[in-house]
Design a protein around this ligand. Structure first.
Ligand code: PEP
Ligand code: MG
Length: 324
């Protein structure tokens, strides 16, 4: 197995007919970085900055953050590292920043928290920008965006941090800025969002939860959390079409990207980057290397005719078996 992984690491992720797909990874801890590099990751599609915040008993200072972020950026350089601004609330609670709510997933989480606390957001963005000095492989991504106004407010803060740092003498460049599409409202405004940013990235974990109204962590309704529900697939496909109309690249960084069958569908839909946990990268790469783009497109057409998730799952399993 180890030798197999070793051999796969340096092979490109491309279909049999040479359609190239970028496979990136999701990270949080430094341990993820090592695993990712061993498996030949070409970038980081989601660095969950909550992780260093969770490992402390207080907010890390700007300088502490700068050091942690610089390690990530250096480890992957020259590959891009997509840093998500703090995404707390919902299922991610900081012990030293309690949020008590009846409906945490519909409450104060992600960008909503940091726009209400610009000092937290600015310290984090300043730390990211300083960390990127002379490396220039940083990308900044905003979680839980549900309106253009939220995006614009966040952009104003990022530009402000950038200009302050230029005045302070830092040699930095303005990084690409992107938004996560993980709220149904953002699916319906994907084109308007895409026109204002450098990339979109789908958070399929939350998007599935919100589209199906199924708590992603509730065991009682776990069998209703159908990742390949036709409504989810339609949303995923629409996001790509909308974004590409604006010439904006789209990635996906939810768990779905790490599933070989789903990866075939995502490639057929036109996703530019699949970002997954490093553990899943080799099996997704082998699956994609075993099919043609046309195979994937045929599968997507078949799947689109299915009225429910079990029909979709059946088609996908069959396609995977056929690909060996
Ligand atoms: C997602 O929602 O799909 C996602 C990638 O973010 P998280 O799982 O951290 O909420
Ligand atoms: Mg999410």
């Amino acid at each position: 197995l180890v030798r197999g992984l070793e051999a796969l690491k340096d092979l490109p992720c491309e279909t049999l007919d040479k359609h190239r797909i970028s496979l990136w990874v999701n990270t949080g801890l430094m341990a993820d970085v090592m695993r990712s590099l061993e498996r030949g990751a070409e970038g980081v599609g989601l660095y969950r900055t909550e992780v260093p915040f969770l490992l402390r008993d207080r907010f890390p200072s700007e300088e502490e953050q700068r050091q942690i972020y610089r390690e990530q950026l250096k480890a992957f350089h020259p590959h891009p590292v997509t840093m998500r601004t703090l995404d707390v609330g919902g299922d991610k609670a900081l012990p030293y920043f309690p949020i008590e709510e009846a409906n945490p997933f519909l409450g104060w989480r992600g960008i909503r928290v940091t726009l209400d606390h610009p000092e937290i957001f600015l310290a984090q963005v300043r730390a990211m920008l300083k960390a990127s000095e002379k490396l220039d492989n940083l990308r900044i991504m905003l979680p839980m965006i549900s309106s253009i106004a939220e995006l614009e407010a966040a952009q104003v803060l990022i530009y402000r941090a950038y200009h302050e740092l230029l005045e302070e003498g830092f040699q930095i460049t303005l990084p690409p800025i992107g938004v996560m599409i993980e709220v149904p409202a953002a699916v319906y405004q994907a084109r308007e969002l895409a026109a204002r940013v450098d990339f979109l990235s789908v958070g399929s974990n939350d998007l599935t939860q919100y589209l199906l109204a199924v708590d992603r962590n509730n065991a009682r309704v776990a069998d209703l959390y159908e990742s390949l529900h036709p409504a989810v697939l339609r949303a995923l496909s629409d996001i790509v079409s909308q974004a590409h109309m604006e010439g904006t690249p789209v990635s996906i960084c939810g768990e779905l990207a790490g599933d070989p069958g789903a990866a075939m569908l995502l490639v057929a839909m036109g996703y530019d980057v699949l970002s997954m946990s490093a553990t899943n990268l080799p099996k997704v790469k082998s699956a994609l290397r075993a099919v043609t783009l046309e195979d994937a497109e045929t599968l997507l057409e078949r799947v689109k005719a299915m009225p429910d998730a079990s029909g979709v799952n059946h088609c996908v399993q069959e396609a995977l078996r056929a690909a060996g």
